[in-house]
Design a protein around this ligand. Sequence first.
Ligand code: GLC
Length: 659
Amino acid sequence: MIKKYILGEPIDTESVVQNIEVSPGIPKEIAEVSECTFCIEMPEDARVYGLGETVRGINKRGWRYISNCTDDPIHTESKNSLYAAHNFILIWNKKKTVGYYIDTPEKTEFDIGYTDPDRLFIRLNSPNAYIYEITPDLTDNKSKACESDNPLTKVVRQFRYLIGQSYIPPLFAFGYGQSRWGYKSREDIYSVIKEYEEADIPLDSVYLDIDYMDSFKDFTINEDAYPDFEDFVESIRKKNIHLIPIIDAGVKIEDGYDVYEEGIKGDHFCKKEDGTNFVAAVWPGRVHFPDFFKPATREWFGEKYSFLLDKGIDGFWNDMNEPAIFYSEDGLREAFEKIRSFEGQNLDINSFFEFAGAVEAVKNSPKDYESFYHEYKGKKIRHDKLHNLYGYMMTRAAGEAFEKLCPDKRILMFSRASYIGMHRYGGVWTGDNQSWWSHLLLNIRQLPGLNMCGFLYSGADTGGFGADCTEDLLLRWLAVSIFTPLFRNHSAMGTRQQELYRFPHKDWMRGIIRLRYSLIPYLYSEFMRAALYDDMFIKPLSFVYMDDERACDTEDQLFVGESIMIAPVYTQNVSGRTVYLPEPMKMLRFEGDILTEEIEMPAGDHYIPVSLKEVVIFLRHGHVLPLVKPANTTAELDQSDVTYICNNASEDSYVMAFP
Ligand code: GLC
């Protein structure tokens, strides 16, 4: 059951698609502490889930999370905000399961047992929000298609019904993708593809980072580095490989640049208080930000994607759309003035830090986010009042355009910044992580929250974006990412190159990627089921075994679809790990795509050795895992030749749902 409450005069985020009758007041479980602070009592045994892309565990108790889309590449557990704002929480104990969606585009704090271990505080930026209270619906008829039918999954399904169906990508988006911020030319891309071919490692896509553009200008091509772009795309498509270019939020200010000039003429850019266009800086230097809140601007910018679609491109990643701001013109001027004021002084502990911080402070400065405006639903609204919607609106511009430009084709689209609602237009990647073992674990723990919030098509930069990746980390990371819908190896300029063919044990990597391709029919089919029935594609164990305390405490094993459980290794220099089986399961050991062991195991703890070249999957009782022969691209997969691995089930009990 869904109840809707209104606090003050909230902004309609268009994240919700159902019309729900408004109930008076606020939910009775929520106490109003002050105008902007609300409190929910948390019983000692209550677990709290949700919040999508955040730091820390699957159970969110014991930290302060702030929904405030932020470009911060250091995702340590001390941080409060990452790139996304996903304000859905689910509180559950043996007596009660209840979800809350706090729908406001402003900064919102979820203090989940940080100030007081027994209380959850929600602190709003202003006293305006829609609050949705969701309790399990016992008449939910989609539950028939979802095996884990319990109060937790029922609340998630209700929430997902409220916010609408998740984005569905094309099949090739389930293939393996190689990316790096650093590919400079057509030759670099050809060489990556050639190396993959020579190493005989499957590959479906290669990503184009900002260097494919002319001076980092959206919807342009660097003709020197990428001459005859259309032919280039075509030559790669012949190999069944897709090129996926990046699109940034900021539009370079440059006379003669058509996108800039059209933007000025059409009045498409965000304004300052005095009505002049707001100037910020990102990769190309000074830019204007399109005001994606205006339907006409969305239409204009969305149509721009046809520049690349017409050249044979069928996928994109939208970046820097928090929006990230290196500096604003005003901020930079103030910083220079401040720095000059220190000249000739004897800098002591205080003044030195102030001096040193003056440059750092120009980046993503809260003052800048308060200094420009949008036009939304006919009103002029200051950016910070809408901040968390900016990335959503940018991706929506693309999604709305794709529906018009290519209604019969699925286009790959994912974004860095997001708000709930954007899940209908694209997926997300979890931004600039690092080649750290702790980030491999973070990746595992972020997936269930993202799934609850509708972001089924999601994944992390495999191998880590920042810092140098080691071979063992990459192997263990591949063994996780072969189960995530978005499977992309991406790294930053200046870090160790981490294309798979560069490593001594590339044959082990080949094997793991081949297993991914064998699993694609299962993964795509389960993904479709989750999307069509508002279910989660990746679930924590607690969503399957609610009554098993030990399973509920397990935050490093996941269900992928309904049939398989994974228990990844995420520590360095270990030969295996302890796996908890809440019920008897069949362990399937793969060396690459070759099944080497199939053994039924009783419930309980098991130490499972897993070497760097292996992947272990646990198949649920009464379930079937379909596998096909791997191929070098998804286009070449023969989905008619299926091998079924059964655990006390017959192969007829598996129905694949290919769309
Ligand atoms: C941002 C993105 C990263 C990309 C880089 C250059 O940091 O998050 O993925 O490689 O910009 O475009």
